[in-house]
Write a protein that binds this ligand. Structure first.
Ligand code: CTP
Length: 418
């Protein structure tokens, strides 16, 4: 414990401080059949403690009743520029409150209006008044999405820093198949929450830098139907990817098998085993600035995986499973890192957390080790929250108390980019 500077995280809650107001998000709903999915998005954001002010275009209000959103958000829905509850024009009053504007679904018409600054209804007028991040989830027929004017509008919006979420690939309502499906409400909600977390934590802008993040468990095949795995849910790594994308970094998420949807705004590289993950990390990190190894990589794998399903025999089940160590990806990649590349590892511990974490910091020669106590059921594997102590190679120690994994992800990014 000598020569360490123990820093108390600025996020340590002050019990005397008044409870902060709910962050406000403006949600624009436009006239695509996917408008019904915006109801689930509203609900997910409200459940996460966000005040959601819904604005609907006239076309959206023909597809889904404003009453639906009013009930879910517990706020009147804005459908017109001419209903003024206050002396201040509604769009200006909202611009004072809303930290993020998300438009989901966004039609080709809305993209064109946004690209050209057209303000002819409540939502488009609000969009030109809004000062914070603008997230747009397009939804349209694949032929419309491929249209040159639509693509040109999307390019212009991207160049201006607008975050284009998706669209996804697959069947669309009219039966065609291709790019044009609105992303599902869950990754859109996570992306909105990640933007709020990054704003909250004051994370420096990461634009122009590349980060590789690993997440989830690895599965080590024993035979074609059985594997060795672990309890990692992937939540921490996915939260890091969402927060890094929100901070403007170019993100590649290398993920072992999880039940989570790929985060928006990230390049997604799914892998199975530790060997697959090692190959993907080497390829992706070659020209990246940061690596964060949040994955729970298996330390051992079956020494001789069978090519066929292992059967019960007259003699009964096999009684031993010979194992062989996997490669330590973090240590190997850190040993070959280029000047300027920074690496953050994790340490999942059940006891003697600080000692083990410091040993890992030295042994693996990384810039930071994020240590968390996986013996606690309220944090760590599978939980929504996490708490961590970060040990830096320069001797600094940062304590982060229990908080939502997205909030912790934003704090960790603050260390990386700080
Ligand atoms: N890690 C890795 N490759 C492995 C095992 C772990 O890259 N084969 C990385 C993890 O992603 C994490 C860090 O190393 O960032 C520490 O992982 P952890 O499981 O806590 O430690 P181990 O090195 O496996 O040591 P032990 O199991 O003895 O605690």
């Amino acid at each position: 414990m000598t020569n360490t500077v123990r820093k108390k995280s600025p996020t340590t809650p002050n019990p005397a401080a008044p409870k902060p107001a709910r962050p406000c998000v403006a949600l624009g709903v436009t006239g695509s059949v996917a408008a019904f999915k915006a109801a689930a998005l509203t609900s997910a954001l409200v459940k996460a403690g966000v005040e959601v002010q819904v604005l609907m275009t006239a076309a959206a209000a023909k597809l889904v009743q404003p009453q639906t959103f009013q009930t879910l958000s517990r706020l009147p829905v804005i459908t017109s520029l001419w209903e003024l509850p206050d002396w201040k024009p509604g769009h200006i009053a909202l611009a004072d409150r809303a930290r993020v504007l998300v438009i989901a679904p966004a039609t080709a018409n809305t993209l064109a209006k946004l690209a050209n600054g057209i303000a002819d209804d409540a939502l488009s007028t609000y969009a030109v008044s809004h000062g914070g991040p603008l997230l747009v989830a397009p939804a349209m027929n694949p032929r419309m999405w491929r249209n040159a004017a639509v693509q040109d509008n999307v390019r212009r919006l991207r160049e201006r820093g607008v975050r284009i979420l998706g669209p996804g690939h697959g069947p669309v309502a009219c039966g065609d198949e291709g790019d044009g499906r609105m992303l599902e409400p869950e990754p859109i909600a996570q992306c909105v929450l990640a933007h709020l977390a990054v704003l909250d934590a004051g994370v420096p802008a990461g634009a122009g830098r590349r980060i590789v993040i690993t997440a989830g468990p690895t599965h080590e095949a024993w035979d074609p139907v059985r594997f060795l795995g672990n309890r990692s849910s992937g939540k921490m790594g996915y939260a890091l990817a969402a927060a890094a994308a929100a901070a403007g970094l170019e993100v590649t998420l290398v993920s072992g098998p999880t039940h989570l949807p790929p985060p928006a705004l990230c390049r997604f590289v799914p892998v199975e085993s530790a060997a697959d993950m090692a190959a993907a990390v080497r390829a992706e990190f070659a020209d990246a600035d940061f690596l964060v190894m949040a994955a729970a990589v298996a330390d051992f794998r079956p020494a001789q995986p069978a090519g066929h399903k292992i059967k019960k025999t007259a003699a009964g089940a096999p009684t031993a499973l010979p194992l062989t160590p996997t490669e330590d990806i973090l240590a190997a990649v850190a040993a070959g890192k280029k000047p300027g590349q920074r690496i953050m590892g994790f340490a999942a511990e059940t006891n003697d957390l600080a000692d083990h974490a410091r040993q890992k910091l030295r042994r693996k020669k990384v810039d930071w080790i994020v240590a968390n106590d996986v013996s606690r059921s309220d944090i760590g594997f599978g939980a929504a929250d996490n708490a961590a102590t970060v040990f830096a190679a320069n001797g600094a120690v940062h304590d982060f108390p229990k908080m939502d994994k997205l909030q912790l992800a934003a704090r960790l990014l603050g260390l990386l980019l700080g």
